[in-house]
Ligand binder design. Sequence first.
Ligand code: SF4
Ligand code: SF4
Length: 133
Amino acid sequence: MKNDLYLTEEGFPFVFDPSACSRCGGRCCNGESGHIWVNRREMDAMANYLGISVEVFAQKYLKKVGYRFSIMEREKDGNFACLFYDEEKKGCGLYEVRPAQCRTFPFWDYFKTRPDEAAEECPGIIFDSSVKR
Ligand code: SF4
Ligand code: SF4
């Protein structure tokens, strides 16, 4: 598939069109409840971006799950949205410092063997017919 604007990753049976994000409305930041993992370096960057201490950041926006931290969600009518999802902007309120989990979506190992699940969620996914599924 020839399109320099598409993103590709070795081993994935699809390519990703980032221009879909502006039309999509942030489906990957909404939906079922899940975990949005952040590590210490990401916490520091996000806290710094917001101009608050990492302690305050963790208290206001994170929940502890085992020995890890995940961004809290807000629930409305059965939809769970990441606390940083900006309803007006229809996108991430912390886009520049969003965690790796968000930066790497939809190229998650989980989706290598479940590409249809990824495509159900993300309209930016385009199947490359030259790659065996
Ligand atoms: S679901 Fe896909 S197209 Fe929509 S915002 Fe997320 S990455 Fe972009
Ligand atoms: S941090 Fe940003 S990109 Fe990641 S789930 Fe939350 S709103 Fe979406």
